[in-house]
Design a protein around this ligand. Sequence first.
Ligand code: ZN
Length: 203
Amino acid sequence: MFLEPHFKGQRSGWIEVICGSMFSGKTEELIRRLKRAKIANQRVEIFKPKFDTRYDESKVVSHDSNHVLSTPVENARRLLELAKGVNVVGVDEAQFFDRELPEVCQELALRGVRVIAAGLDMDFRGQPFGPMPHLLAVSEYITKVHAICQHCGNLATHSFRLAHDEGTLMLGEKDVYEARCRTCYNMGNILNLKEEDNNKAGL
Ligand code: ZN
């Protein structure tokens, strides 16, 4: 459970990151934090990268349809203009933002803003995703949430892509990705490689 630091004197800003695999409840956790800040009458704004239009242009929609209104933005730098006078800035799908996101979040925190960013820590190849590693390094608080492995029921940390398709920017649904633990993720990759070898050999 995340506990906010206690304020002593002047209010200062900070960065929180919620990371994990697909289906781990990152957006739900982001929304939970933002809703509580709203109840306390804080000015809350949520931003997401413009091209993520899977569901609704104007909403951060988590998979259980628990939504909060949000603004799609073209790039990280736009947050500095749009977040003027805002107490809490939520950033959803942070992994799809450009490399300037960590710098922008730090600038907002220096202004006294509480920044809460949610994003995938790894892509489907198991590599650190976009600006996330840098953002994690410069943040004050990190929460890694876990999905449940769809194969064995252990805690899942990896997003396994079922479809054979190149490019990291494929937006996910349940028929394209599976949440997997390290072992089942690795097993899946080995089986895929064998399948590719067999195809090449014409078997
Ligand atoms: Zn597993």
